[in-house]
Design a protein around this ligand. Sequence first.
Ligand code: 9MJ
Length: 671
Amino acid sequence: MPSPAEEVAELTARLKRWGAAYFEIDSPLVPDADYDAAMVQLRALEADYPDLQLPDSPTQRVGGAPLSAFETIAHRMPMLSLDNAFSEADLIEFHRRVIERLSVSEITYCCEPKLDGVAVSIVYEGGRLIQAATRGDGVSGEDITANVKTIRNVPLALSGDDIPPYLEVRGEIIIPRSGFEQMNARARSSGQKVFVNPRNAAAGSLRQLDSGVTAKRPLAFTAYAVGVVEGSLPASHDGTLRCLAQWGIPISEHMQTVTGIEACEVYYEELAAQRDGLPFDIDGIVFKVNSFEQQDRLGFISRAPRWAIARKFPAQEVSTQLLGVDFQVGRTGAITPVARLEPVFVAGVTVSNATLHNIDEIERLGVVIGDVVVVRRAGDVIPQIVSVVRDDTEHAVRVGAPIVFPSQCPACGAAVEREAGEAAIRCVGGVGCQAQLKGVVRHFASRKAMNIEGLGGKLIDQLVDEGLLQSVADLFRLTKESVGALDRMGDKSTENLLSSIAAARQTTLSKFIYALGIREVGEATARSLSEHFMSLDAILAAPVEALEDVDDVGPVVAQHIRAFAFDERNRAILNELHAAGISWPDVKLDAGDGPLAGTIWVVTGKLVAMSREEAESRLRALGAKTASSVSTKTTSVVAGPGAGSKRKRAESLAIPIIDETALIDVLEAHE
Ligand code: 9MJ
């Protein structure tokens, strides 16, 4: 029997490990129920033996009694905002002023992404988190200590050497885009508040009176400064942040120290190019004079330091007028309202269309044609209408034509229907509807499905419009003559297309299942199905109960698979595809077996001999797990040219890094 102290230590460690996995890698180690059960156990032990509670106990992260209101906390040192630079000229002018005031010829700057979240101050006394406050008006903010304690990457106790007795850390609390999308999707389906962007969602989550609610939100903290410090710290901004990182406080992995303003511009351009691919919103770059001594000499103007500037990126959210709404029919028949907009520049791109999602969303927004709307374009996702500007005097005219959903499919004229509990209105025409057929073929040919190179949207439209495709099986019947007769298809492009269609015959079971476009069967579900059943026939023959045994297959997905398997037309197409020579190797091993079982790989950067997806799927076929981010659990990193932050993180965690050649050696040795 372990002693209570041993039990507390074990549960604390386990919950911290599970919590870290939940936060750092996309799939949690255990179901929520297991996490909750361990938490209940630890709470009970801590209640019986209060002295055994460890300072960084995970029980302290989930709020107990709701707060009645937020107290006000006066900042011991004002929390200033930043001056903005909206152009390169503004930045150069900032640099000129710094050089002049300091009478030096060159300056070293620390460059950081400007996170778009909520600025907070977190105070550690004796290495323990004792207080957290919003910036508020800069002089005083709201006491959000209980809520900040629920944020999983905020340490409740610091670890390491030379921790100052009093340390005020300042930074930003954000919600990553993926967490935001999930949170909003859940809110939409349960009729709760939908947030317009991750920043608002973060602010709303921190303003919860019940910190149990905050605990469920995917918040994350990044430190970018210190406030009041009693004790000693390095003499530079970057040195200080690295010290914070050593004590367990998260800092930006993109932070970089450079000398000269040209290097700052290079950094700006590099991060601007990465902006859409980052997992969180940034609205610019902050440049800070790195030396504290120089910062002190520069001092402050009323609201902002003279030693820092925020060079802003083009806005992600802008307003424009809604000119009309078109209705697009997707591969599953779902009819999506697409807003036609007065063209507008959003986050570096001119946008003239944006999604309005579905009929519920139109009702929720209360939007009518002619309204001025807010368009948001963040990351690689389709631009969206997030709200309606109701009191914009410049666009005061509300034409007010309501948005009317079509009562027939706009592409084929078939009836439309709305299934119970569904937000989407669908065309019932199936692949008899050319719009659906085009969508089906597009999906079938896409990179993660059959990967038919050179078969893009325009060509698919032509093939369908010319009557050359009635189903995906017809792709394998295309000939030099039929393709060559199409617009802009010369001999060379015809040959290339036919050879990439031929090459696509060799695939894998999971890609093939994904390519079929069964409703709600994404890449991960297709992989789980293929590993579980190991043959297409077994999947198509499986009863609902057997399907539900598969990871991430619930009753709805199981029904979609059954409906697909029942459909005679689908059966006929599958036979034709089989006859056309589509084949795949036997599904060998599911993860957990095989020579690389127990290893976790991250593949990053550019590979030459194969795509990243291929590298990952070959690793998985050998029993390895693959992940998208580097954590302490990662066992190997494959880094091609251009690998950036993941390589750095692997280096800092001393995880072995190999190049593509070494990866090929590993694969060939085991395959
Ligand atoms: C943000 N928002 O990411 C500062 N910030 O420094 C960074 N904000 C800041 N630094 C001094 N990276 C005042 C505000």
